[in-house]
Design a protein around this ligand. Structure first.
Ligand code: FES
Length: 619
């Protein structure tokens, strides 16, 4: 006999209505007498937790009273995909006594993996939220010891979303997969209770973007292995040049099948992304960086479906050679072209000093030059830095920092839409920095060192991205006229600000949460983050708090990009004092875009309360 068999009722309990509720082993059961049989299901409707004993049974189908989800009374299986299957329990009648077998379901993880797929396929955020919560979090309180299990690693739902998003969007990599990867990157910084929320946002973004799209079919590789990687890279760039998506994709697949390493593939794709200036206001290059970061999490075995999604973005991008702002009144493309001609010579002769710090790279006042109004001086400054031995990675970091300062100094008198202008430059600059770290073997996850094989060992094309980012910073200069003041450490009491002289870091973070409940607390939010860090507050705590505040809002692609990019830059700056202003930039951008309706958070909250077994309604 099952040790989970519990007596819950007698036949006389069904005499009046045919339905009876009972408590047993932490469950509330709805028991229905239908025909000659008794059926038992969990009384909480799996859709939103309303009581199923108020439902109706007809023709063996139980219909919930609230949103009319229908369930097979015998198995609990639902006919409505917006609801989950309701747990059903075997019933044994012994004479007058009704017993229920409460043996837990064998593999809840498998069930919720399938439900995650269902939610992605049908674009049902509540189903996605429930699946992620149940996959990540064990629920020992609802069952006995035998059902305890470890939560699934977050990377599993991430992989599922990555696989889904790359297959079901014929336009390739877009905002959805970028948001998903940003969320995965943010995960280590978040409080534990926010991790499922982050994945929910990422996976929901993927399904939102794939819904209604045709699937993708990856082209086959060239037959045999005749073409070497140098040739494939050259062909690839030529095909992108003439906007031949399919030819270019065949080169990518063939290079992968020929065994190209992650560094070689990064070099090949980043080269095409920088053959023209600042294509599609930086998105294809940022997406490339994110795709490689996704592979860091998911594994190189996903390379073919993931990297092929990028090709269309390069092939059909707008090129800034065609843009007025890059041509008039000064021809920035010409200035850059002249600089690029000098690059090979400079790179060959320069004395490498390794990964110099931002402070060293910026000591010649390069940041001020980057934020100035002379593009030729900017380009000269970058070339000189390289000549003097500044490592390209350090130079890219300096440019990314200058781009973050555009946001930190963004004046709220600007048009609101101009936040995006500053964001695009920062995201691009950050992607160039991360791409170069990957190519030069400095990325945390880079699994192959730079070698002299494959593409001739040059790996230098992406360096052009540093110059493109710098030109975009120049073009954004009007956003800092006049500049917003950067916060400085307090020396005097400042009554009425987000905090006064009695600095208590924890209180500052609570202040920040309140500020983001109001519109346009841009300067105060930046000030609060600076005060917290200047007062010696824990960096991990401010990151977790900002991440939590980001997740509290409805998804906004650009805000997610800003916060994620700022976290990355902050981490890499380490204890350099400049790091504070990167997070000031993130807080200001977030404050400019908060509060939202928080509708997505409401859906997630319902899923959380359901998972905890809390009531969602009051009768
Ligand atoms: S259908 Fe049952 S709670 Fe919505």
């Amino acid at each position: 006999m099952s040790s989970h068999l519990v007596k819950v009722a007698t036949l006389s309990d069904f005499a009046q209505t045919g339905c009876f509720t009972a408590q047993a082993n932490g469950h509330t059961l709805a028991l229905y007498k239908y025909g000659e049989n008794i059926f038992a299901v969990d009384n909480r409707c799996p859709h939103m937790g309303f009581p199923l004993n108020k439902g109706t049974v007809r023709d063996g189908i139980l219909t919930c009273y609230w949103h009319y989800a229908r369930f097979d009374l015998a198995t609990g299986g639902t006919f409505d995909q917006f609801a989950d299957d309701v747990p059903a329990f075997p019933v044994v009648v012994r004479g007058e006594e009704v017993w229920v077998d409460l043996t837990p379901k064998a593999d809840r993880a498998a069930y919720y993996r399938q439900r995650l797929t269902d939610g992605l396929e049908r674009d049902i955020p509540l189903v996605i939220a429930k699946a992620v919560i149940n996959l990540l979090e064990p629920r020992p309180e609802r069952q006995d010891l035998a059902s305890r299990r470890e939560g699934t690693a977050p990377v599993e739902p991430f992989k599922l979303g990555l696989e889904y998003g790359t297959r079901y969007r014929n336009q390739g990599w877009g905002q959805g997969l970028t948001i998903l990867t940003c969320m995965m990157n943010l995960l280590p910084h978040l409080h534990a209770e926010d991790r499922a929320r982050a994945l929910y946002h990422g996976l929901s973004a993927v399904t939102r973007e794939t819904t209604g799209n045709a699937p993708r079919f990856v082209v086959s590789p060239l037959p045999g292995t005749s073409a070497d990687l140098v040739t494939l890279k050259r062909w690839f760039r030529q095909f992108i040049e003439v906007r031949d998506e399919e030819g270019a994709e065949r080169c990518v697949v063939s290079a992968l099948r020929a065994g190209a390493t992650p560094v070689q593939m990064a070099d090949m794709l980043f080269a095409a992304a920088t053959d023209h200036r600042y294509i599609q206001i930086g998105h294809p290059l940022d997406f490339t960086n994110k795709a490689f970061e996704a592979l860091d999490w998911a594994g190189w075995e996903f390379a073919e479906p993931v990297l092929t999604t990028l090709v269309r973005g390069y092939a059909f991008a707008d090129r800034m050679e065609e843009s007025n702002a890059w041509r008039h009144p000064l021809d920035l493309v010409e200035i850059l072209g002249a600089a690029f001609e000098r690059l090979p010579n400079i790179l060959e002769k320069r004395e490498t000093t390794g990964e110099t710090t931002l402070r060293e790279a910026g000591k010649s006042g390069l940041v001020e030059v980057l934020l100035g109004d002379d593009p030729q001086a900017t380009v000269n400054g970058l070339l000189t830095a390289l000549e003097q031995g500044t490592h390209p990675v350090a130079l890219a970091q300096t440019v990314a920092y200058a781009a973050a300062l555009r946001i930190a100094r963004f004046h709220t008198a600007n048009e609101f839409g101009d936040w995006d202008t500053a964001l695009h430059t920062f995201t691009f600059a950050n992607a160039v920095h991360q791409g170069l770290r990957r190519i030069y073997g400095m990325s945390t996850h880079a699994r192959a060192a730079v070698d002299d094989q494959g593409f001739g060992g040059s790996y230098t094309e992406l360096i052009r991205g540093i110059f493109d980012a710098a030109m975009s910073i120049y073009l954004d200069r009007f956003l800092n006229i006049p500049p917003a003041r950067l916060p400085t450490p307090s020396t005097e009491p400042r009554k009425g600000g987000p905090m006064d002289n009695a600095v208590e870091p924890r209180a500052v973070l609570e202040t920040l949460s309140g500020l983001l409940n109001q519109q346009q607390q841009v300067n105060s939010a930046g000030r609060a983050v600076a005060d917290y860090l200047f007062a010696g507050g824990e960096a991990a705590e401010v990151l977790a708090t900002l991440g939590g505040l980001l997740l509290r809002e409805d998804r906004d692609f650009h805000t997610i990009q800003t916060v994620e990019g700022a976290f990355r830059q902050y981490q890499l700056l380490g204890d350099q004092p400049e790091a504070v202003y990167v997070l000031v930039a993130a807080a200001r951008y977030l404050a400019a875009h908060a509060p939202t309706m928080r509708a997505q958070g409401q859906t997630f909250g319902i899923a959380v309360r359901l998972a905890r077994g809390e009531n969602l309604f009051e009768e």
